[in-house]
Design a protein around this ligand. Structure first.
Ligand code: G4P
Length: 524
């Protein structure tokens, strides 16, 4: 195998999807601990008041003194190079959160075992499903009383219509939690709150009486009963079905006490896929193709307003990146030089000068990039567009000072490029009075603040009663404007027709009236 292929085969690029408070920050910390990036275990403390202002990882950075300046953390684990991409999760939940999933090859779904599948997890899962992405499930907070593991599985299966395959099984819960039974290995992992490493006991099977010696007769009886039930209803684990996103290997534990995080990571290392071929115009592109290529999935504005620089995050999809390399920018149809912006969280600092397919690089950008742009140093490529996701909040900007309209347009353009807001307009009127849409309501606050702060425009937002956007296509999959029964037909920034609806009832009515049209939930 060539060294390029060997490097790429080592890459595992993933994101954690969860609802706020499920424990993403806590498990990220434990994962980094196992990856040797941080040295000592400790609880994440004192986050009150910091959530709204900073990303989850900045929070971690402040608390642990580790340098997490970028949106991706890279570390080595069992001979693999893992890239964990941040999914902005709390109040800063927005389209960005959905889009980063396009840069990942697999996802870890983190559930609070007491709450099961919650709203944001469901929304993020649906984006993963669009891409048929493989998903691991980790049921967290087993140190607390929560839903029974069987109920949790039922919850995932009925809410998400995805099968689960429990690889580990909890022995007890809350104060009675003793550990995990590993169904592939026939090992018991016995955990204690104050002991870092679990005690591992090899057994013959789940029926081995030796188990009772460790967890007591009662828990042993429950374990057998539950596993027997599982045997009857669950099909065997099929790695191929997992790679298609149809079945999720599930593990249990407690991120807070570091129970089961080791087993989750090992399972991840064993089954998570390396970079896969990506869809480009005219076919698929192999990750081991001999030239560098990638696409922009996120643009982050520089927080320092005196420097209008921004950072464009590129997911590498083939070949090797070298700092300062010249590439072809497909949309602009010209060469540009890639100046590496971010110091990644790697153990070996030398490695940050080069990166391979699967990795993410942050590029200093002075306005060349938009979300979805493709670059390459071989033949020009165009990666299948990152879809726009339906916003959930809509409004129009009102400025009192008419002289500031130009500035306003400039600011709005910039924020549209960054992908934090979407813009819809009436083709008969043009760009003058656009409708703006966002996935997370906080995005509107950020918009008003930045227009004021960076462009000196005082504006306010009049909200509009729409709650969803759908992109209509005809029977051949071509965008169409021939939609009956609604006056709310607009265009997005790429001039694709889009219908805005006030709610589900409104949407269903229009669907019924247009049997020959499919209303897509994303733009691509
Ligand atoms: P998030 O990033 O997904 O929002 O969650 P985060 O890790 O910040 O965790 C949210 C809360 O849940 C925190 O409690 C955290 O300690 C707790 N938590 C995370 N994992 C576990 C677990 O396995 N078991 C239990 N019992 N709790 C867990 P907090 O009270 O908000 O803060 P703190 O004072 O505990 O830090």
């Amino acid at each position: 195998m060539s060294s390029l292929a060997a490097e790429i085969k080592k890459r595992r690029t993933f994101a954690i999807i969860s609802h706020p408070d499920a424990g993403k920050t806590t498990i990220t910390e434990k994962v980094l601990l196992h990856g040797g990036v941080i040295q000592e275990a400790g609880e994440v403390k004192g986050k009150a008041g910091t959530k709204a202002a900073t990303s989850d990882w900045m929070k971690l950075e402040q608390q642990r003194g580790v340098s997490i300046t970028s949106s991706v953390m890279q570390f080595d684990y069992e001979g693999l190079r893992l890239n964990l991409i941040d999914t902005p999760g709390h109040k800063d939940f927005g389209e960005d959160t959905y889009r980063v999933l396009h840069a990942a090859d697999s996802a870890a779904m983190l559930l609070d075992a007491g709450r099961g599948v919650e709203l944001q997890t469901k929304k993020l899962y649906e984006v993963c499903r669009l891409r048929k992405m493989p998903i691991f499930t980790f049921a967290n907070k087993m140190d607390r009383e929560g839903k029974s593991p069987l109920d949790l599985i039922d919850d995932v299966e009925s809410t998400l219509h995805m099968h689960c395959y429990p690889v580990t099984w909890p022995m007890g819960m809350g104060a009675d939690f003793r550990g995990l039974y590993h169904r592939f290995e026939n090992n018991l992992y016995l955990y204690k709150k104050d002991v870092l490493e679990p005690t591992v006991v090899k057994v013959e099977s789940a029926a081995d009486p030796l188990i009772a010696k460790h967890i007591g007769e009662e828990l042993f009886a429950t374990l057998q009963e539950e596993l027997e039930l599982l045997q009857g209803v669950l099909s065997p684990f099929d790695p191929e079905a997992f790679l298609r996103g149809e079945i999720s290997p599930m593990t249990f534990g407690s991120a807070k006490y570091n129970w089961g995080v080791d087993l989750f990571l090992r399972l991840f290392a064993q089954y998570a896929p390396p970079p896969q071929p990506r869809v480009i115009e005219g076919g698929d592109l192999s990750p081991v193709e001999n030239f560098f290529s990638g696409f922009v999935f996120k643009i982050q504005a520089n927080m320092d307003k005196r420097h209008r620089d921004r950072v464009a995050f590129i997911r590498i999809c083939s070949g090797k990146f070298e700092r300062g390399m010249k590439v072809h920018h497909t949309r602009l149809n010209r060469e540009i030089r890639l100046a590496y912006a971010n110091q990644f969280m790697a153990r070996d600092r030398e490695t940050v000068e080069v990166a391979y397919s699967g990795d993410i690089v942050g590029i200093n950008d002075t306005g060349n990039f938009q979300i979805g742009d493709s670059v390459s140093d071989g033949r020009p490529v165009n990666f299948a567009g990152i879809p726009r996701f339906s916003p959930e909040h809509f409004g129009k900007l009102v400025v009192s000072d008419a002289l500031k309209r130009k500035q306003l347009e400039k600011g709005v353009r910039q924020l549209v490029d960054e992908g934090s807001i979407q813009l819809f307009y009436d083709p008969r009127v043009g760009w003058q009075d656009p409708i703006l849409g966002v996935v997370g309501i906080l995005q509107f606050d950020v918009l008003l603040f930045r227009l004021q702060d960076e462009y000196g425009v005082d504006s306010k937002l009049d909200s509009l009663p729409y709650t969803l956007a759908r992109w209509p296509v005809d029977a051949e999959g071509k965008p169409t404007r021939a939609v009956k029964g609604t006056p709310h037909l607009f265009q997005d920034v790429n001039d694709l027709p889009v219908v805005l609806f006030q709610g589900e009832w409104d949407y269903q009515r229009v669907v019924r009236e247009n049997a020959d049209i499919t209303f897509k939930i994303t733009s691509a």
